[in-house]
Design a protein around this ligand. Structure first.
Ligand code: ADP
Ligand code: MG
Length: 266
């Protein structure tokens, strides 16, 4: 069964795109069939998996606005089992294009979940939605389409700031658009062992959010930040670096949690 997960946090620079790319790659490496949908106009996820701007013929804009199908819009990446629906700057105008439509919050959900062209029918087992740094209509579309949200939190002093607003949005979406939406988990990113504050942040976040926080912590790792400039996920660029290993661990934790959710639902 396909699982659709939004990688979201309205703060920029917290590791959403990095997590989408590398979790997607790690899941694909374990044999899952993964689709990333780049919902950020900046298109960093698309660039990060090596899709040149010229190659983005059908984009996430077309999926959301023009009823393009998942099959038409998805392109294969160099990673076996990993495809992406890339984004273009057109996405900046998406709100205007769909603002007056009755189903404006369900555009992504419909493309992904309905009919013969659904992600499930196409054989995907995981769909990861890389959200923009904003609680805008695109993020709402992503949450309305998803089984769960995965929230990257940067290990810094203001880590928890803004999280309550995000969780309120999740509650709102659950109450109105998508009752099944779960908080899959919070993943701490860019952990720096040399920074004494980082330990305190981890302790605070765990104290606040308990078992919603993944055990895996993603370290700050220069190899992770270098990889996108080569158009490669870190796991292809350097599979043995600490960052890649952490994303492999995160993938097993995500799969484990999925099984738990299913047991609870059954
Ligand atoms: P977001 O999508 O939330 O805006 P990104 O994933 O683009 O955040 O990350 C922001 C910046 O931080 C990027 O330059 C990225 O390469 C870098 N980065 C992300 N995670 C790490 C990490 N674990 N170690 C080092 N740099 C990282
Ligand atoms: Mg991003």
């Amino acid at each position: 069964m396909v699982r659709i997960i939004s990688v979201a946090n309205q703060k920029g620079g917290v590791g959403k795109t990095t997590t989408t790319i590398n979790l997607g790659t790690a899941l694909a490496a374990t044999g899952e069939k993964v689709l990333i949908i780049d919902l950020d106009p900046q298109g960093n996820a698309s660039t990060g998996v090596g899709i040149d701007r010229q190659a983005r013929e059908t984009s996430s804009y077309d999926l959301v606005v023009s009823n393009a199908s998942v099959e038409e819009a998805a392109v294969k990446t160099k990673v076996p089992g990993l495809s992406i629906i890339p984004s273009t700057l057109d996405l900046l105008g998406v709100e205007q294009s769909i603002a007056n439509l009755k189903d404006r919050a369900y555009r992504v959900r419909k493309s992904l979940r309905e009919g013969a062209g659904s992600a499930q029918a196409l054989g995907y087992t995981y769909v990861l939605l890389d959200c923009p740094p904003s609680l805008n209509l695109l993020t709402i579309n992503a949450l309305a389409a998803s089984d769960a949200i995965l929230v990257p939190l940067q290990c810094e002093f203001f880590a928890l700031e803004g999280l309550s607003q995000l969780l309120q949005t999740v509650d709102h979406v659950r109450g109105t658009l998508n009752p099944d939406l779960k908080v899959h988990g919070i993943v701490l990113t860019m952990y720096d062992v040399r920074n004494s504050l980082a330990k305190q942040v981890v302790a605070d976040v765990r104290a606040h959010l308990g078992d919603k926080v993944y055990e895996t912590i993603i370290p700050r790792n220069v190899r992770i930040s270098e990889a996108p400039s080569f158009g490669k996920p870190a796991l292809l660029y350097d599979v043995n670096c600490a960052g890649s290993r952490a994303y492999i661990d995160l993938a097993s934790e995500v799969i484990r949690r999925e099984k738990q959710f299913r047991r609870i639902a059954a």
